[in-house]
Design a protein around this ligand. Structure first.
Ligand SMILES: Cc1ncc(COP(=O)(O)O)c(C=O)c1O
Length: 380
């Protein structure tokens, strides 16, 4: 019989999430209610953040961060070349210019040695991504951001649960933003969470995520009476999404335990195959979040890498590429900022010569073995 497809990622939703969603639907309160507040409270406790603010995506949370700080036209923000488009879009949307920096080949994280040379008087912020859930060395970046008096944002889309030197990712910078897109470590459907220890940043972002309206629905003393004190967006998370997020967060520790177990099970077996490299790093006193496993084939051409993906798919293994192009090579950015070949050698290598294989908690041992055996068959 045909083997069931092993998905690259899939949300693990049980009767708990379904029950809570139904409760919200029955309550008639779909926005600005108690569920978002509860999710924020639980998230604060989980990460040890002073403040948390739920938003409708990681992209909107990051855009809001720059917007609330007045970053815009004429400003520059340093971002990794090897990331999701969203990291750069959040900057681009403000009118500021993303300045791309290449990554390292060991774990795909931004190359810290190349950041300082990009800083000038237009630089207003640095945004880093904890690539695949491997935390970046934030103590170095904190020093740099202090030295040049620039903001530091952590794109934590892939790093829920990841800590650098015992501190949760997102808390080293001025803020961190998480994603609850369905492929992520936990999901709320769509959604994101901003965390920060800075009250001023939290207050401004919370106000502007909700149209600059001073009294949110729950805070109004007289129904229907409110004032608008600032410009803003509607970047709020709905109560329905928050109710899913609350239940997912409760399951997270178990999810992460399985992700880690699956990562090392696969790593031990796949590493034995020739001519490949698994992206990985383990920093002292730090915890990885193991989003997926990137396998790099430096001796393969782009065509051979793509054939490998198709072959794995034929064998019912869901594969992805994180990420399929360095952002500055994506059409929009390429045209606008005139990308030059070989400018981001390591990001290009990861985009053109790597595959991302699943390791989520949805995998059974037989799935892991199928992935290993199929790779073995194809590669030898
Ligand atoms: C590194 C990174 N940043 C940001 C995002 C965007 O997240 P969202 O879809 O929640 O806006 C993603 C999405 O996959 C991502 O991988």
């Amino acid at each position: 019989m045909k083997k069931k497809k092993i998905k690259f990622a899939t949300p693990l939703i049980s009767s708990k999430e379904k029950k809570e969603v139904l409760k919200v639907l029955d309550s008639g309160i779909y926005s600005q209610g108690k569920k978002c507040k509860q999710f924020e409270k639980n998230f604060k406790k989980f990460t040890n953040a002073k403040f948390a603010s739920a938003v409708n995506s990681c992209t909107s949370g990051m855009h809001l961060f720059y917007f609330s700080l007045g970053i815009g036209k004429g400003d520059e923000v340093i971002v990794p070349a090897q990331t999701h488009t969203a990291t750069a879009h959040a900057v681009e949307l403000t009118g500021a210019k993303p300045i791309f920096v290449d990554c390292k080949l060991d774990d795909g994280n931004i190359d810290l040695s190349k950041i300082e040379e990009k800083i000038n008087k237009r630089t207003k912020a640095i945004c880093i991504v904890h690539f695949l859930g491997f935390p970046v060395e934030m103590d170095y970046l904190k020093k740099i951001s202090k030295k040049y008096k620039i903001y530091l944002l952590e794109d934590c889309a892939l790093s829920l649960g990841a800590k650098f030197k015992k501190i949760h990712t997102g808390l080293w910078g001025d803020a961190g933003v998480f994603s609850f897109y369905p492929t992520k470590q936990i999901t709320s459907g769509e959604g994101g969470m901003i965390i920060t220890n800075n009250k001023k940043i939290y207050k401004k972002m919370s106000l502007q995520k909700s149209l600059g309206v001073k009294q949110s629905f729950l805070e109004r003393k007289i129904p229907g009476i409110y004032d608008t004190v600032d410009i803003g967006f509607n970047y709020r998370m709905s109560e329905i999404h928050a109710s899913i997020g609350i239940e997912q967060l409760k399951k997270f520790r178990n999810f992460l335990k399985n992700r880690k177990k699956n990562f090392f099970y696969l790593k031990e077996k796949i590493e034995k195959l020739n001519n490949l490299k698994i992206l990985y790093s383990q920093k002292k006193d730090s915890i990885n979040a193991y989003y997926c496993m990137n396998i790099l084939f430096l001796d393969k051409s782009l065509r051979q890498r793509n054939e490998l993906i198709l072959e794995l798919e034929k064998n019912n293994i869901g594969v992805s590429v994180n990420y399929p192009q360095p952002v500055p090579r994506m059409k929009y950015y390429k045209k606008k900022y005139l990308y030059k070949k070989k400018q981001f050698l390591n990001a290009e290598a990861i985009s053109d010569k790597s595959i991302s294989i699943p390791l989520g908690p949805h995998l059974k041992t037989k799935d892991l073995n199928h992935i290993v055996n199929t790779l073995k068959k194809i590669l030898t």
